[in-house]
Design a protein around this ligand. Sequence first.
Ligand code: GLA
Length: 395
Amino acid sequence: MTEERLTHVSAAFSRRFSGEPAFIARAPGRVNLIGEHTDYNDGFVMPCALSFDVLMAVRSRPDETVVLHSANFPGDASFPLDDIEKSGIKWAQYIKGVAWAMQEAGYPLRGADVALEGDVPVGSGLSSSAALEVAACLSLAHNSGHVIPGPEMAQICKRAENEFIGVPSGIMDQFISAVGQDGHALFLDCRDLSFEHIPFDPDAAGLAMVVADTSKHRGLTEGVYAKRVEECEEAVRLLKQFIPGMKNLRDVTFDEFQIHQPHLPDVIRCRARHVVSENARVLGAREALKAGVYEGLGALMNASHDSLVADYECAGPHLEAMVTASRSIPGVLGSRMTGAGFGGCTVTLLRKESLAQFMAEVPGLYQEAISVLPKESDLVPHLYAVSASGGARVL
Ligand code: GLA
């Protein structure tokens, strides 16, 4: 977040509402290093927050209305706090959903004028919607005199996403946006929400991290994500007959899985194998990161991707092309898809001295590889060198 963007959102506020905002709140997008499709299985994840974020310039109003003005998207929106309806402009739904979930959680809200702007690429799997939700939660809380701890904000925003927006997502994106720390990755146990900030400073270790957007977009609402959630539920239902006491895939060790997997239908077996093995990889990655063994982290990132391709079938040709292109550059320690998949971004850890070659060559390699695809064969990728940034705060 730059001074320029702060000035921009303040100016947007003044143009729309006149006068100055009382405060500006920010919440970031995220990249997940490892632990994909584990959060809704009570498992482990290890994301970090990015410097891409949503900014909200806010001032309270005397009435019970929230008025929204976006500097990015056309159309303003407003809604009464005592009668929140699921209709109207798409981006405003996330804010309405959060206001609804906050009141459900027992936080009375005051009316607000809000101008917002974001630079999280939308539809790229970097959690632009979680950034919007968490920024809204923090803004409405601060405007109403509430101090809500980050983990609770994450739960409120998840409820908005699940019950108001209707996407059965896990808690990872909202959690990292709410509690992320500069220069740290977050290890999160999605069962009890215990977490640990682990120092993660690739630059200091002579490394770089690149997020590569395939420009192939796919919304979470499109159904495949929900199908994967159901497939995991089915795996739990079947495995429970053989593993007494298990509640979720999180409770299954890889050895137990190996013993009981013949009882599962092929597709369900693959989905479960990904989740069970991915949880073990996240635990390994946490140890590797703590020990500063980045080669170990890179190898686990590669294994995670390969499992998402082979067992979870959620990568698709664009993400696969980007990972193949990335791994062909010398000095790459690990490269994988990040987020829900089916399009979106990859994350790559590489030696700093390879960064220039990576940025110069990967786009062309990717474009060459996708040129043979039957659809979306001419997408222009966007590459960003990124680092772990801080979570939501009032500036
Ligand atoms: C999306 C969801 C998260 C998580 C990831 C996959 O980002 O919002 O909750 O399930 O997909 O790991």
